[in-house]
Design a protein around this ligand. Structure first.
Ligand SMILES: *[C@@H]1O[C@H](CO)[C@@H](O)[C@H](O)[C@H]1NC(C)=O
Ligand SMILES: *[C@@H]1O[C@H](CO)[C@@H](O)[C@H](O)[C@H]1NC(C)=O
Ligand SMILES: *[C@@H]1O[C@H](CO)[C@@H](O)[C@H](O)[C@H]1NC(C)=O
Length: 437
C-alpha cells in the first residue's frame, strides 16, 4: 500500500516538476550523482528508449575461415578458432601487436558482382550485443565517459532498465547507409533489426511509442533509419527523435582531414592516424559526410602550395591523395547530400563556440604530414554553418505538417561532451523528460 502511495506521489511530483519553469526545474534538479540524479527525480518510466552511440562505440567480432589468406603469418593465428573481438579494445590490439592484422581483417573490398562492399575473403564479421544499451563500449581508457556511458547512468537513475525499457542498436562502423540507387546488405539488415527492436520495445511497454536517441554518427543513422520506414509506421511507433550533435548529411571539414591524414574517430594509443589511412579508405562510412557544395560553396577547404580544393573538387582531391580501394569506387553515388527530415517530433541539440577546423593547410603538396588547421565556429568537429543549415532544413520540412522540431544550441560544449559535461547533460536529460511527457 505504502509502495503504491509512494508511486502515486512520485508521479505527481514528476508532473509538477515538468510544469515548473525551466530555471526552477534546474534548481530543483540537484547535481547529478554517480548513480544518476537524486531520489526526488525518480520518474515513472513512460516511453522506452533506444540509445545509439557515436562512431567509435560499436564493437565488431570476427571469425576467420580457411579461405582467409593472411598477409602476415601471425594474422592467421585465430583461423578456425571461432568468433573473437576484433574491435572492442584498442589497448589489447596494440599490446598484442595485432594492429596490422586488425587493419587487414577490418578492411572492406568492393565486390562488383553484388555491387556492394564486403569483407575480405575468409573474414566473417558480426556486431555483438545488438539490442542492449550496453552494446557500446569505450575503446580507449583515456575517455571513460564516451559512448553515452554517463547518459545511460542518468537514465538508469531515472528508472530505465536495459532490456526492459532501455535498449541499444550498435552498428557496423565500416559501412554507410546507402544513398538512393545503392545497395548495402549490411544496412538492409541493420534497419530491419532496428525496426524489430522498436516493435519489441514498444510491445514490452504496453505498446507505448519509442524514443530514439542518437549521438553523432548514431544520430545520422537514426535519421536514415526513420527515412527508410513507412510514414504510418513512424507515426505509430516513434514518440520522439533526440539528436545529440548528429553528423549532418551536408558534411563537415573533418571528413576531409580524416581521408587525408587518417581517422581521428578511431583513437589508438601509440598508433599514428596516418597508419590507419588505408583501412579507413576501405570503409564506405569514410565518404559519408563530405562537405556539400551548397553549404561550403567554392571556399577552399584543403589548401596546398599549388592547388586548393573546395567542395566541388573531391574527385581531384581524392586523386591527389592516391585514394583507392580494391575494386571500383562508385564515387558519384556518394555525393548525394539530400536532407530528409524524420517527420516525427524531433529535438536537435548541438554545442557551439568551440574551435572547429574549417580549412586545413598542407604547406607543401605532401599529404603524408599532418596539416595545420584554420579554425571557425562549431562543436569542435562539425562546422557551425553546417549545423545551422541542417537544422533549418529539418525545421522547414517539418513545419508545414505541424510536426515538432526543436533546436537547442549549447555554448562551449564540444561534439563528444554534449552528454558528458554536467551543464549540457542536464539539458539533454531535461529534453528527454520533456519528450516523455
Ligand atoms: C572485449 O571482448 C572480450 C571478449 O568478449 C572481453 O573479455 C573484454 O572484456 C572486452 N573488452 C572491452 C574493453 O570491452
Ligand atoms: C588557396 O587559398 C588561400 C586562402 O584562401 C589563398 O591565400 C591562396 O592564394 C590559394 N592558393 C591557390 C593556389 O589558389
Ligand atoms: C566559453 O569559452 C570561452 C573561452 O574559453 C570563455 O571566454 C567564455 O566565458 C565561455 N562562455 C560560457 C558561457 O561559458
Amino acid at each position: 500500500m505504502a509502495k503504491i502511495m509512494n508511486k502515486a506521489i512520485l508521479g505527481l511530483l514528476n508532473l509538477l516538476l515538468l510544469l515548473l519553469p525551466p530555471s526552477l526545474r534546474d534548481y530543483l534538479w540537484a547535481a547529478p550523482s554517480e548513480h544518476g540524479v537524486g531520489q526526488q527525480q525518480q520518474l515513472q518510466v513512460y516511453h522506452p528508449i533506444i540509445l545509439v552511440a557515436g562512431f567509435s562505440c560499436s564493437d565488431l567480432e570476427a571469425r576467420l575461415t580457411d579461405a582467409y589468406a593472411p598477409s602476415l603469418p601471425r594474422c592467421g593465428a585465430l583461423k578456425g578458432k571461432g568468433w573473437f573481438p576484433l574491435w572492442n579494445d584498442t589497448m589489447e590490439l596494440v599490446n598484442h601487436d595485432y594492429v596490422p592484422c586488425f587493419e587487414e581483417q577490418m578492411s572492406l573490398v568492393f565486390d562488383p558482382v553484388v555491387d556492394d562492399y564486403v569483407n575480405q575473403p575468409g573474414v566473417e564479421t558480426r556486431v555483438p550485443n545488438f539490442g542492449s544499451a550496453y552494446g557500446f563500449t569505450v575503446k580507449n581508457e583515456s575517455s571513460p565517459f564516451w559512448c553515452n556511458v554517463k547518459l545511460r547512468n542518468e537514465l538508469e537513475g531515472l528508472g530505465y532498465r536495459d532490456g526492459d525499457t532501455l535498449f541499444g542498436a550498435p552498428y557496423d562502423i565500416r559501412h554507410a547507409p546507402p544513398r538512393p540507387g545503392q545497395c548495402s546488405k549490411v544496412y538492409t539488415d541493420y534497419f530491419a533489426r532496428v525496426k524489430d527492436l522498436v516493435k519489441h520495445a514498444s510491445e514490452k511497454n504496453g505498446n507505448k511509442a519509442v524514443i530514439l536517441i542518437g549521438h553523432s554518427f548514431g544520430g545520422r543513422l537514426m535519421l536514415d533509419f526513420l527515412n527508410s520506414t513507412p510514414p504510418l509506421w513512424r507515426k505509430n511507433f516513434i514518440k520522439h527523435l533526440v539528436l545529440l550533435s548528429p553528423t549532418p548529411p551536408i558534411g563537415f571539414t573533418e571528413t576531409l582531414t580524416n581521408l587525408a591524414s587518417g581517422p581521428t574517430c578511431i583513437p589508438m594509443e601509440t598508433i599514428p592516424r596516418l597508419a590507419l589511412r588505408p583501412m579507413w579508405w576501405s570503409f564506405t562510412s569514410s565518404l559519408l559526410s563530405l562537405p556539400s557544395p551548397t553549404v561550403f560553396g567554392h571556399e577552399p577547404l584543403i589548401i596546398t602550395k599549388h592547388r586548393n580544393y573546395s567542395a566541388y573538387d573531391y574527385q581531384d582531391f581524392l586523386a591527389a591523395l592516391g585514394f583507392s580501394v580494391k575494386g571500383t569506387l562508385p564515387f558519384k553515388k556518394w555525393v548525394d547530400k539530400r536532407v530528409e527530415a524524420p517527420m516525427v517530433p524531433t529535438t536537435y541539440l548541438s554545442g557551439f563556440g568551440v574551435q572547429t577546423p574549417k580549412q586545413v593547410v598542407y604547406r607543401d603538396d605532401n599529404f603524408n604530414v599532418y596539416p595545420e588547421n584554420v579554425y571557425g565556429d562549431g562543436d569542435g568537429v562539425v562546422n557551425w554553418n553546417s549545423v545551422l543549415v541542417f537544422a533549418k532544413e529539418l525545421k522547414r520540412q517539418q513545419s508545414p505538417e505541424n510536426i515538432l522540431f526543436k533546436f537547442i544550441k549549447i555554448r562551449n560544449v564540444s561534439h563528444s561532451y554534449i552528454a558528458i559535461q554536467d551543464d549540457s547533460l542536464k539539458i539533454v536529460i531535461a529534453e528527454i523528460l520533456e519528450a516523455n511527457s
